[in-house]
Structure formats: C-alpha cells, structure tokens
Design a protein around this ligand. Structure first.
Ligand SMILES: Cc1cc2nc3c(=O)[nH]c(=O)nc-3n(C[C@H](O)[C@H](O)[C@H](O)COP(=O)(O)OP(=O)(O)OC[C@H]3O[C@@H](n4cnc5c(N)ncnc54)[C@H](O)[C@@H]3O)c2cc1C
Length: 626
C-alpha cells in the first residue's frame, strides 16, 4: 500500500487550495492510473501494491510482525502504526485479520499517514472493487475522510477498530505522536521505494518511529535497501532480512530493542458535569479502562442542539482545529447511530455569500461534505422558498442531548450532586460534593464555566446566556437552517428558533422579541408571520476570551483538569476534547496536532496576562513554570 511522504518528484495534478497567505487548506490528491485492479502512482512511478495484494500484505507485513499472534493476545489495545496509507490495503487486511482473531474485548488502534491521499472518488472505486472480498472497505468508503490536512479519526466495526489518519507530511505526524501516544506494538513502513521517495526513509523519520515503539515492537517493510537497514539499526532496532522468494528477494523485519512500556493509567477519575463535554469525556476515560465517577448537579438542559459546520477556508492551526472538530464529530455521531439531517447555511449579514463561495471553492473536490447550492436547490432541500445562495452540509446532525448523554454514560457511576471543592494531596485529590468526599487520582471539570477556585483564577471564561423559542408553524423547514441564528425542525413538528447571545442575562421577553425578529429575517415565507410561539428554553454557555474551548491540565502539575468553554459549539468540540482528556491520562492518541492542542491549553492565558493583564473573568495569577 505504498505511499508518498512530503516530497514528490513531479508536481501534483490538482493544486492544493491555499488561502492568500498561510498553509494550504486542502491536501493534493494522489494522481492514479490503474493497471488492472492495481492502482499505480503517476507521481512516484510505482505501483501501490503487487497484483496479489492481500497475500503480499500477509507475507511482507503480517507474518514478519507476528500480527496474528499479537491480535489473538490483545486484551485491551493493539497499536499499529503505518507510514503510507495509500489504498488502505494494509489497514483493511490487518483490521479484518484482527477482527477474526482478537478476543471480544480487544481493540485495534491503527494510525497511518499520507501526504498524497487518494481522492474520495478514487477510493470509492477501489473500495467498490474490493468490498466483495473485504467488506470493511465499504464501511471505510462511507466515512472516508475528505482531503483536509491534519488528523482524522474513524471508528469502524462497531468501535473495535479505530483509525487515526494523518493527511500531511509523515515527519509532522510522528512529531505529534512523540511523548503523547502510548507506544506502538507494530509498524508497517510502506512508502514508495526509497529511490523514488527518499523523504519517507530518512534517519530522522526512522528514529521517530523508534521513539513510538513499545518494548518488543516489530517493524516490517517491503524494501531491503541497505541504507534502510542501517538506519533502522542506528535507530535501535535489531534488523533481519527475510527471504521472500519466489515473490521478491528480500524484505526487512526490525525488532525494537529499547525499553519502553505504557505509562500506568490512573485508577479513578471524577468527572464533574454531565453535559456533552462531561459525557464524552467520561466515556473516553471509561473506554481507556479508567474507573470514572460522574458528579453532576442536575440542571435543565436544551433538549436538542445541532452540529453544524463553521468551516474556515484556511490551513492555519485554528482552521484545522475547527474544520476537523466538525468532521470528526460527524464521524463520531454516525458511529453511534445518530443519523444526519443535513443543514443549510444561508447567506446572511453575518455570513455573506462571498464567504460561503470561498468555502465552497476551497473545499470543492475534497469530498462531499460541503456543497454549494443556488436558491433553487436550497429551496428544494429546505422545502421552503430560500432566496439566497447557501452551503449544504449533508452530515450535519440534530443531537438529542439528554438521550445522547445518558447513552454515553451507560455503565458509568453517576452521582446527582454538586462538586464544591477539591483538595490536592500529593498525586491524588479529595473531591468534596454536597453529599460526600470522594478520593480520586484526578478530577476533570466539565462544568461549562469554571468554579471560583484559586487554582483556576487564570482561566478567562465567562458565562453567556442564550435563549431559543419553540414555535408552531405551518411551514417548518425540512432540515436545520442557519443564517443570522438558526431555525431547526423538531421531531414533534414544531421548530426551534435561536439563539440569543447575552453577555448579561436579559429578561426572557426581550430575548423572545429578538428571536422573533430573527425569524422574520429568515424570510422563508411570504409574510414570515405564520408562526405561533409555544415555549422557550434558556441556558448558559461557557465562553473563553479567544472563543476556543479550554481543555487540559489546569496547571503544570496536579490532579485538576478542565474541559470547559465549548461556547455555542459543544456538539463539534466535545468529542475531540474528550479524546484529548483521555490521552492526557495515558489513553489513546487524540487525533489532533500539537499546534491545535496549544490553542486549547488552559495555560495559554498566562502568557497573554503577562502582557496585558487578566481579562474576561480571570483574576491575576502567576505562572509557576519557568
Ligand atoms: C440557547 C442555546 C442554544 C444552543 N444551541 C446550540 C447548538 O445548536 N449547537 C451546539 O453545538 N451548541 C449549542 N449551544 C451551546 C451548547 O449548549 C453548549 O456548547 C454545551 O451545552 C456545552 O456543554 P458542556 O457540557 O460544556 O456544558 P453544559 O451543557 O453547561 O453542562 C455542564 C454541566 O455541569 C453541571 N455542573 C455545573 N457546575 C457543577 C458543579 N459544581 N458540580 C457538578 N456539576 C456541575 C451542570 O449542571 C451541567 O449539567 C446552545 C446554547 C444555548 C444556551
């Protein structure tokens, strides 16, 4: 499943979309030809795999790494890394073998990267041809990540197979793994041949692979080039040439001789708050094998909220974080059986048509996750007369908050109390609730806004109140509409109209008046006055000074963690934040770049406060770290 790294010998066919300045917002697709069933790279002048693809995977990668034996012995996670995702043949073949052999509790985390991923159309063609013999191909084709740079996560086979796929340079992907990911058991090195793709076989890259290996990890590669063998040896592997005749002369197997094991997980973690952030975090921690207690002060919750994209047509870390949070969330909801409704983003004063056009143009050929609509096709989707151009996001979903949180928390211990304080003690803490004391190794605050504890005084997070109205109308849209606010059809035939953004809480009547004015601005019906008000919901969002969530350890050390400030967008950011929290406790690698994580770091405010003082609810705090 040979694949390319950052450097390529010929220019790409489709140029990457680049914002006026800054990194590209998309990744160029591999240029393919087909030799029979076998894809051939026009960029590297090489085939992706031999004609007997599955058998080649078996003899070059699975047998030398003792994959079958490792799968059969997997009690929690088998971690497999790969350089070169290509046509996914190694992944699919290994995953299907894993599912055949591993015990029911065993899961596989397969991590791979590709600088020139297959275009979704090419991938669909390959998946279609191979899906009869390898059904997992079809499942992957349905959720195949669009060509946006950075990490993408997909859960397949009812969650038993996790794919973390990086689109971009292998060296950057490995730098993200360094010191974050639990060590890997197996690596497949499958870039195109060293003489055509030198960037995938550099001493630095092979050292970075070694840095991610567990004791006894096995690395396999199809090449037996002397330089690769010597570099693997220099990186700390015992390397062996394997005789592969009559297929080809030799391949390499390398065993990691260093000493590296998985750091121990905490025994018990308290999660405070059971909204979307808390429920996703608790689930991720429980899935990592940690004993979790969720303590939540019951509060009225919005019955349903909508995941919709706030796409940015750029390649900055901020844009990658935002775009990938949405894309990863759509995949997460699909994997837990929440079906998409789709959503339309209409042009409005806050989202002018020119901005929508730029988004559509930038992401046009990356995959079918955003589609430009003219007023006619937008009207057909909405079931109402839409008078502006729009973007259609087919994977947007209506999230039933209460049911989802309950489902995520199934099997997790819950206490319906309020957390009052937390006293750190050496490496652990004592959490005081309104009812009892709980001993734990750590606490994760998922309370929307932070409590007024001295250890959190640096956090710049404030509450912002919001209200939505429930209306009865003879003309509900068929799918959620976003413009200056949103109009969302509900299961009972009513529509939700929202939402206000109140820095200080307004009178509910004033908020209703503002929302109703918004309804008129949707201008969907002749008069805009056909609706009958029936109810309202009020709630609070935690919003940080830079509008980004605040996720990670609250100070340089200590047992206090936060997962706060999801603003108006927890449906997108809570799943990703939960992965980051789980990784912080020694769980699986979170699909995020180091630069994206830095944007969420609770300590980020300290540097700003050193320059311009505390703001946005923070009180002065001094950084303890030098
Ligand atoms: C009117 C309105 C409309 C919205 N529409 C959307 C939308 O369409 N899409 C979208 O993505 N987002 C929307 N949002 C935002 C969304 O609701 C938030 O992003 C989301 O609720 C944040 O989730 P959370 O888990 O971080 O916090 P919350 O949902 O606020 O949950 C925090 C939980 O912590 C509990 N808690 C607080 N303090 C303590 C304590 N000391 N001890 C124990 N428990 C405690 C609370 O009772 C609560 O259960 C909307 C918000 C409002 C107000």
């Amino acid at each position: 499943v040979r694949s390319g790294s950052g450097s390529r010998p010929v220019p790409p066919a489709g140029a990457t979309a680049r914002a006026p300045s800054g990194p590209p917002a998309t990744v160029a697709a591999a240029r393919l030809a087909f030799r029979g069933d076998v894809p051939y790279s026009l960029d590297f002048g090489d085939i992706y795999h031999a004609a007997d693809g599955v058998a080649e995977v078996e003899r070059v990668f699975l047998v030398p790494t003792r994959f079958a034996e490792r799968a059969a012995q997997t009690r929690s996670w088998l971690r497999v890394g790969e350089l070169g995702f290509g046509s996914a043949l190694n992944f699919i073949t290994a995953a299907e073998r894993f599912l055949d052999l591993a015990p029911a509790a065993g899961r596989m985390h397969f991590l791979s990267c590709d600088a020139h991923p297959l275009d979704p159309v090419d991938f669909a063609r390959i998946a279609d041809a191979r899906g009869g013999r390898q059904p997992l191909y079809r499942e992957l084709a349905r959720v195949y990540p669009p060509r946006l740079p950075g990490w993408h996560r997909r859960e397949l086979a009812a969650g038993r197979v996790r794919l973390s796929l990086y689109y971009g340079d292998a060296a950057t992907a490995l730098a993200d793994l360094d010191r974050r990911a639990p060590p890997f058991d197996v690596w497949f090195l499958d870039g195109f041949a060293p003489d055509r793709n030198a960037g995938m076989w550099t001493p630095d890259l092979l050292r970075a692979v070694a840095a991610c290996c567990a004791t006894g990890a096995a690395v396999a590669t199809f090449t037996a080039a002397g330089a690769v063998r010597r570099r693997l040896e220099a990186a700390g592997f015992a390397v062996e040439r394997l005789d592969q005749r009559p297929h080809k002369r030799h391949t390499l197997r390398a065993l990691f001789t260093g000493n590296r094991s998985h750091r121990p997980l905490p025994r018990r973690v308290v999660v405070a708050g059971a909204g979307l952030a808390g429920a996703f975090a608790a689930r991720a921690l429980a899935d990592a094998g940690i004993d979790v207690v969720v303590v939540d002060a019951p509060a009225p919750r919005l019955p349903e909220v909508v995941l919709h994209s706030r796409a940015l047509a750029e390649g900055s870390a901020h844009a990658r974080l935002r775009n990938n949070a949405y894309l990863n969330a759509t995949a997460t909801y699909a994997s837990i059986g929440i079906h998409p409704t789709g959503a339309l983003q209409l042009a409005s004063s806050t989202t002018p048509l020119a901005r929508l056009d730029r988004i559509a143009l930038t992401f046009a050929s990356t995959g079918r996750w955003v589609v430009r609509c003219d007023p006619v096709s937008a009207s057909a989707l909405a079931g109402l007369r839409v008078q502006t151009g729009a973007l259609y996001f087919p994977d947007a979903v209506r999230v039933p908050t209460e049911d989802l949180c309950d489902a995520l928390l199934a099997g997790v211990e819950r206490r319906f109390e309020r957390v009052v304080s937390c006293s750190p003690r050496a490496d652990t803490c004592s959490v005081t609730t309104t009812q009892r004391n709980l001993d734990a190794d750590a606490i994760v605050l998922c309370t929307g806004t932070p409590p007024h504890w001295p250890a959190l005084r640096h956090l710049e997070v404030l509450p912002v109140w919001g209200q939505l109205e429930v209306l009865k109308t003879g003309h509900p849209p068929r799918l959620p509409l976003f413009a200056d606010g949103y109009l969302v059809p509900r299961a009972d035939g009513t529509v939700a109209l929202g939402a206000t953004y109140e820095q200080a809480p307004w009178n509910a009547e004033r908020a209703t008046a503002e929302n109703l004015a918004r309804y008129a601005r949707f201008t969907l019906t002749a008069s805009g006055r056909d609706a009958q008000w029936t109810a309202r919901f009020r709630g609070v969002r935690g919003v940080s000074s830079d509008r980004l969530p605040v996720v990670g350890r609250a100070s340089d050390d200590g047992p206090l963690w936060v997962d706060l400030a999801h603003g108006s967008n927890a449906t997108a950011t809570a799943p990703l934040a939960a992965a980051l929290i789980a990784e912080g406790f020694g769980g699986e690698f979170a699909p995020m770049g180091n630069d994206e994580i830095a944007l969420l770091d609770p300590l980020r405010f300290l540097e700003r406060q050193a320059r311009r003082g505390p703001r946005h609810g923070a009180r002065s705090a001094r950084r303890r770290r030098s």
